[in-house]
Unconditional design. Structure first.
Length: 621
């Protein structure tokens, strides 16, 4: 047992003495057993947050990943199609040269969703503003782009009734009133906005009527619709970063608050941490704040950012993970009675391998090793690694960041992220969008930059990942200060595309294309889940896809990444399988539907209680 002193980190304006405890875990006991015993025998709750596994020597001194050769290429390239697709607006967020407050640094999310139910994904980009404001008529606004089904989009923001200016942050999608059209929720510093989808191409702001706007100014960030009590109606979880008024926040010179010797916006240490919110759907178009009753307010205020939902212990009930900045991340375990307990520390997914709280940004989930349990990937601040938490069963996690080959990239400040099957081989890869928060570093001659490249990891099917960022096209190598990232097949050609929302720049839309000379692509299948007893969007449904002896799982999920929304259709790569032997949909209601011997390369709609109700072949035109 060893006590170490850590004299703060670069994000703090002043050094702060921290005490950390490291200990070697006996092999004959489980991680959870050791943590419980140590926490309570060696001081109870006081020491519990200090416990964490230190990296093994083999992990700390692992050789760099080999340079990939052509045989390890996924056979795809990403092409930035934003301009040709008609996505040309500029996302505004804070000053482009220097920021006074931390509020100006976080940027916005983006959503893929089919708002008009025509079978083609549309795009919604959240937008921000600046402290000094804008002349009337020139204010930036969010943007809704309708998919024209030919690779282009039309901006229909005004027609849809979505013109809105403010410090926009996150976005999540879900049909909260079960009328068959997905609704839109946007978080803000200020008051959040819920847009009801009217089903005719327009939306109505029902925030105040529904009771989700908030009664005071708060800093909403990530969000997700989730049916936490499985009553068939979507509830809503909202993370909050900081509380308080900007006039009470310290300016850079007050600390002074420094990064690499340069004055920057202060925080988050020293700012009042925000409290997360859980809204229960009353079934009449309104929501009730049940945060206290559900146990969400038991935890101290933290700097919540990314929100991720998933059934991490396979008990049939959705849990909620929140990536916190400069604080241990939270895993709210669903107790099946309307309450939650934060088990993040005990579960092993709150800290780094050496027991430190990290500056978590975004989060995503997938069963990347196909063992039947959802794993978690979290992005973190620069000069640190991201985190890969392997679920060893029943929501007990092991930090395998170094062992999986993800510990070598430490310069980037990472935000939006997603597990996606790049090459449709049936194994989930990882996409990470990056961008620093301090525009002041543009003037510095250092190896950390404001605009950063994307990072893409190929799943090696053995628990390891390989950085192939330089093999998938020049577009992803363009430096930009990215924030939100969403994943979906916008051109319905069977591979996954990526939308990225940056800070003070034009968005990116990465279309996934076959690489020149690449062999025939693998097969795939998409599942659209339509609930009846369960919520209409099918959010929370666990889908099992079996081809031969290969078994994959995924869930229909609202929110995720950094404050963004992926396609609600679940996509499975199938490799060279000629059919799907068995497809299971386990609904939040507890019911299940099973289909067998399904054709590949198609979109299958499964309705709760009826099974397959529609099959549409898709693919390269």
């Amino acid at each position: 047992m060893l006590f170490l002193y850590d004299w703060g980190n670069a994000r703090k304006s002043k050094p702060r003495l921290k005490l950390r405890l490291c200990m070697r875990l006996p092999k004959q006991r489980s991680r959870r057993q050791v943590l419980k015993a140590a926490a309570f025998a060696a001081g109870g709750p006081l020491l519990r947050p200090l416990l964490g596994r230190a990296p093994r020597r083999s992990e700390l001194f692992a050789a760099p990943s080999p340079v990939p050769d052509e045989s390890q290429s996924p056979g795809i390239v990403f092409v930035d199609a934003a301009q040709s697709a008609g996505i040309t607006h500029k996302t505004i967020f804070g000053s482009e040269t220097s920021n006074k407050y931390l509020l100006e640094t976080t940027g916005c999310g983006v959503a893929f969703f089919d708002y008009d139910n025509d079978g083609w994904l549309d795009l919604f980009f959240v937008n921000g503003t600046r402290l000094e404001g804008f002349p009337k008529g020139q204010e930036p606004t969010n943007h809704l782009y309708r998919n024209n089904r030919d690779g282009t989009f039309t901006d229909v923001t005004e027609k849809a009734g979505l013109i809105h200016t403010g410090w926009g942050q996150g976005v999540c999608i879900g049909d909260y009133d079960n009328d068959g059209f997905d609704d839109l929720f946007v978080t803000y510093w200020g008051h959040n906005v819920l847009y009801h989808n009217n089903g005719d191409g327009t939306f109505t702001d029902v925030s105040e009527k529904a009771g989700v706007a908030g009664t005071r100014v708060r800093w909403g960030t990530g969000c997700a619709f989730v049916d936490y009590d499985r009553d068939g109606k979507l509830d809503l979880f909202v993370a909050n970063y900081c509380d308080g008024d900007l006039t009470t926040w310290p300016p850079p010179e007050s600390g002074p608050c420094l990064y690499k010797g340069t004055l920057v916006a202060c925080g988050p240490p020293g700012l009042p941490g925000g409290k997360n919110i859980l809204y229960h759907n009353n079934g009449d178009g309104t929501f009730t704040d049940v945060s206290e009753r559900a146990g969400i307010l038991k935890e101290n205020g933290t700097y919540g950012l990314g929100v991720l939902t998933g059934d991490f212990d396979n008990d049939g009930w959705p849990d909620i993970y929140v990536a916190n900045d400069s604080q241990p991340s939270a895993l709210y375990h669903n107790n099946h009675d309307g309450t939650f307990t934060d088990i993040g520390i005990m579960a092993g997914c709150a800290y780094s391998q050496d027991g430190k709280p990290q500056a978590g940004m975004g989060a995503t989930a997938a069963d990347y090793d196909c063992d039947g349990w959802l794993d978690i990937f979290r992005t973190n601040f620069s000069e640190d690694t991201d985190s890969l938490y392997h679920n060893i069963g029943k929501a007990v996690f092991d930090d395998v960041t170094f062992a999986a080959g993800l510990g070598m990239n430490t310069k980037n400040l990472n935000w939006g992220c997603g597990f996606l099957d790049l090459d449709n081989d049936g194994w989930r890869d990882i996409f990470v969008a990056s961008g620093h928060i301090y525009p002041e570093i543009k003037k510095l001659d250092i190896d950390i930059h404001y605009g950063e490249k994307k990072t893409i990891y190929l799943n090696q099917r053995n628990g390891h990942f390989l950085d192939i960022s330089q093999q998938v096209g020049e577009a992803v190598q363009k430096p930009i200060s990215a924030r939100g990232a969403a994943f979906g097949d916008f051109d319905n050609d069977g591979d996954m595309d990526v939308a990225v929302n940056p800070v003070n720049d034009v968005p990116q839309l990465f279309r996934c294309d076959p690489a020149p000379g690449a062999p025939a692509t693998n097969h795939w299948i998409k599942i659209k889940a339509v609930g009846t007893k369960s919520n209409r969007s099918g959010i929370g449904a666990r889908i099992v896809c079996i081809t031969g002896d290969h078994k994959q799982i995924d869930e229909v999920r609202s929110g995720g990444s950094w404050a963004s929304q992926n396609d609600l259709r679940v996509h499975f790569g199938l490799g060279d399988a000629a059919k799907v032997d068995r497809l299971e949909v386990h609904w939040p209601s507890g019911d299940a539907d099973v289909a067998e011997n399904l054709a590949v390369d198609q979109l299958v709609t499964i309705q709760e209680g009826k099974g397959v109700v529609k099959s549409v072949p898709l693919g390269k035109k």
